[in-house]
Design a protein around this ligand. Structure first.
Ligand code: FES
Length: 112
């Protein structure tokens, strides 16, 4: 089981801490904990709407792929710690991660 501290760029959202099982992606963990993050392609690395900043814990998740990097380039305000949450599948084990959810208001998306 992993602990993920989730902070939000959008004003008015306090940070929360969630627990996510190994084998789940960060996106799945957020959804299971009722935290909104767009995911227009349904989590198959074919959009950039699930963009997050992985501030801590990159060793606990799948490595970034070339395809993921291509889509991150199209995200709003990509940074060195940018990832696509659907591609951050948690390895077996446990640990602490920290993610920042970018402001979702500029993304034309829909919830699944
Ligand atoms: S949901 Fe589309 S890339 Fe993650």
């Amino acid at each position: 089981m992993y602990k993920i501290k989730v902070s939000f760029e959008e004003a008015g959202h306090e940070p929360v801490e969630i627990e996510v099982e190994a084998g789940h992606s960060v996106l799945e963990g957020l959804i299971l904990n009722d935290i909104h993050l767009n995911h227009n392609c349904g989590g198959v690395c074919a959009c950039s709407t699930c963009h997050i900043y992985l501030e801590k814990g990159e060793d606990f998740v799948e490595e970034i792929s070339d395809k993921e990097e291509d889509f991150i380039d199209r995200a709003i305000n990509p940074r060195i710690e940018s990832r696509l949450a659907c591609q951050c599948v948690l390895h077996d084990g446990k640990g602490d991660l920290e993610v920042i959810v970018p402001d979702q208001s500029g993304i034309i998306g829909h919830e699944h």
